[in-house]
Design a protein around this ligand. Structure first.
Ligand code: T4K
Length: 374
């Protein structure tokens, strides 16, 4: 008998730090009367994030949100007018950011195990017009970083990871941000670690930092000079304050995601009517996942839809991330039919609720409900 939850369970809920701590931080903002334009809290947040990722401060930059961070990262790498190979199995921000700076997203298929862009599929689409590859660590699953590094070297193309879901992850004990030419981490409230809205770029070449700082501030360089077509993509002080307070809880946030993933995994163990991937098993060298999302794959579209609707009746609001596929959307329909693995996965996947306060027993009960519907 399916359990109906008294209170609505959403796919995610943002972590909120203790309100007293936030208010103490607000007093500092009131004192300084500095609200935006690279204020003291943004600078402090940037420094803390670089430290957390094990990078130099000159290798990171903060933005108002992840989408603008991607756009300006692509602009700083001069990708306008080029072809960029990416995955159709992602949130639409990935390809929008490319399109908006005048690059053409070219869609290659995904790996059926990790669900991330396949380097082999990407390589087949490289042309003289290709300037970059944008793989996505979808759900925090690790891309084949060695495979993409080899492509970057062989063809002289940039590798820019959309790491929106991958904050806090490590490969072989080192931050996932050490791979590729650039990484973008989204700090949106639906992410396990957030700053209300926000985006963080981590990049290998520190000479990009001055350009990025200009681009996010209209490309003005003084009272009487403007050197490029930048925009307003600045993080403000209240965002930085939220980020600083959430960063204090990062270990607990990672631990609760791991606890919930383990609860689902235990409940689903032995069930051959679904697949519940564990990214910890995707690499042999000690990959540390963040379990940001809990995707489950069913046998077919009809089963997925039945579970999605059935959970709603039980007051559980799962999401079909990432369905429809980007190539089903009008601006990207030129890619329709070119990525059969991604098309199949998008029709069978459902992401289950996971967030800091979700109880282990509730995750188990949700899993039980799922199994009764398939
Ligand atoms: N690349 C990738 C791979 C991404 O997934 C994203 C964003 C980006 C780039 C761009 O990064 P940002 O520019 O966003 O920093 C959500 C998020 O808005 C989006 O950030 C995220 N990916 C995407 C996967 O999910 P929606 O349209 O599904 O959000 P919404 O409003 O339906 O919220 C999801 C659930 O969270 C709901 O059940 C309500 C709950 N919620 C949401 C918010 C904002 C709360 O309980 N409180 C909240 O404050 O897109």
């Amino acid at each position: 008998m399916a359990k109906r939850f008294e209170e609505r369970i959403l796919v995610t809920r943002p972590y909120l730090p203790p309100i007293e701590d936030f208010v103490r931080g607000l007093e500092e903002v009131w004192e300084s009367r500095w609200l935006s334009n690279n204020g003291p809290l943004v600078k402090r947040f940037q420094k803390m994030l670089a430290g957390y990722l094990g990078l130099e401060e000159s290798n990171v930059a903060l933005f108002a949100n992840g989408t603008l961070a991607l756009e300006l990262g692509f602009q700083a790498l001069d990708l306008a007018g080029s072809e960029v190979i990416t995955t159709p199995f992602t949130f639409v921000a990935t390809s929008h950011a490319l399109k908006r700076i005048g690059a053409k997203p070219v869609f290659a298929d995904i790996d059926p195990v990790t669900l991330c862009l396949s380097p082999q599929a990407a390589e087949r689409l490289i042309t003289p017009r290709t300037k970059a590859i944008v793989p996505v660590h979808v759900y925090g699953h690790p891309c084949d970083v060695e495979g993409f590094e080899a492509l970057g070297r062989k063809y002289g193309v940039k590798i820019v990871y959309d790491a929106a879901h991958a904050f806090g992850e490590k490969i072989g004990g080192r931050s996932i941000a050490e791979w590729g030419d650039m990484n973008m981490f989204s700090l949106h409230p639906t992410k396990l670690f957030h700053s209300c809205e926000g985006g963080l770029l981590a990049f290998r070449d520190p000479s990009l930092q001055p350009r990025l700082s200009q681009l996010r501030n209209f490309s003005i360089t003084g009272e009487q000079s403007c050197v490029d077509v930048g925009t307003n993509a600045k993080m403000n002080e209240l965002q930085a304050l939220m980020g600083l307070e959430c960063l204090k809880a990062i270990d607990a946030l990672l631990a609760s995601r791991a606890r919930l993933h383990a609860a689902y995994a235990e409940a689903f163990a032995g069930c051959d009517r679904l697949r519940f991937p564990d990214p910890a098993g995707f690499r042999a060298d000690g990959f540390q996942p963040n379990y940001a999302y809990c995707p489950v794959l069913f046998r077919d579209f009809e089963t997925r839809e039945r579970v999605y609707e059935g959970l709603k009746e039980a007051n559980v609001f799962s999401r079909r991330y990432f369905y429809p596929l980007l190539t089903d959307f009008e601006p990207y329909s030129y890619g329709r039919g070119t990525c059969p693995v991604a098309e199949d996965v998008a029709r069978r996947v459902l992401t289950l609720p996971t967030y800091h306060e979700l109880e282990t027993q509730d995750a188990k009960a949700i899993a039980q409900n799922v199994m009764e519907m398939i």
